[in-house]
Design a protein around this ligand. Sequence first.
Ligand code: PMP
Length: 389
Amino acid sequence: MSAMGDRDLLMIPGPIELEPNVLAAMGEKQRGHLDPVFMKRFSRVLKRLREVFRAPSAQPFVLAGSGTLAMELAVANLVQPGDAALVINTGFFSDRMALALTRHGAIVTQVKAAPGEVPPLEEVAHALAQGPFKVMTITHVDTSTGVLTPVQQLAAMAREAGVLCIVDGVCSVGAEALEQESWGIDVALTGSQKALGAPPGLAVVSAGPKAIEAYRARTQPVRSLYLDFGEWLPVHEAYEAEKPSYFATPPVNLISALDVSLGLILDEGMPARFARHVRMANAMQAAWKALKLKALPTNDGLVAHTLSALYYPPGVDAALVKAVAAQGITIAGGLHPELKAKYFRVGHMGSVSANDVLATVAAVERALLASKHLVEPGSGVAAAERALG
Ligand code: PMP
């Protein structure tokens, strides 16, 4: 920790800095899970999630758990042992999706991209033609590479092929443009700790009508009780109607915090929120270029707007992350198993502001200067300022 203590800035790709009123909801008096005040909030959360996912016909699920649980919830309910699944693999979290599918008995085929790339659409089309597949999975932003996957085109290809489409939006929902319903995405999922702007602890899944239909058409029960849509559906329907119902105790304060955060997100408006993330990301990218830092994504069109993944320049290593932390700004090291020690990551999602961007760029710039990486003092900050306009 730096001398700044509580004023440190958390700039990792989740969890993120939270708005004070979101945090305040965590410290509220403990209410029961059937308290009318809480039922009202849970109801509002479900309605608000339909707006955030842009999926008016979908059923949102909010369960205690992390993003990985959200992935497993999608997989466990849509896949039966022996079903064929196609994974569009862009890195660490696509590997995890393949693992979850395998654990639930799916026969997995993968179309893999090199780190920093996405598979060519022709390769995906070719793989789909070898089907039939029950599901296809896409990682919208793979947090291990900072690559943004063309979800709209891929989801259209899945729909065309009659394959259910699952999108891991853990590092995208609430920040990257995502139109679940009009893009034909059957399940989109995330965790509370990223661009939804709440603390970690909630698995959030939005299941469209075809996904619920596929669940109902199962011939075998879901093996896990906790993951079974059938247990959660009546409870979520009851909460939405503000009626008492119980399957397993919901994390009351976390859901209250999510309610506050979703309110802020919708006050900003989804198009404005997407545009702000693009603006902040463009300023970051301009700064990184000025500082001669090479991005993991192999071309500018693949760069996500929620985080930057950057190679350490020659002569610089993971000590850079510590040097930035010493200035009161927390950034993250690498994650992709093949490149882990070679790069670092900066998160810029949620209520990230121009000030956050400038402070972060300045801290990275100063750490680079101290490490003898030759950059012009102020060049990163100037580039970010110019990009911010
Ligand atoms: N998918 C993606 C794209 C992620 O970024 C993460 C978390 N970094 C996960 C899944 C897993 O989420 P969690 O750590 O909350 O289980």
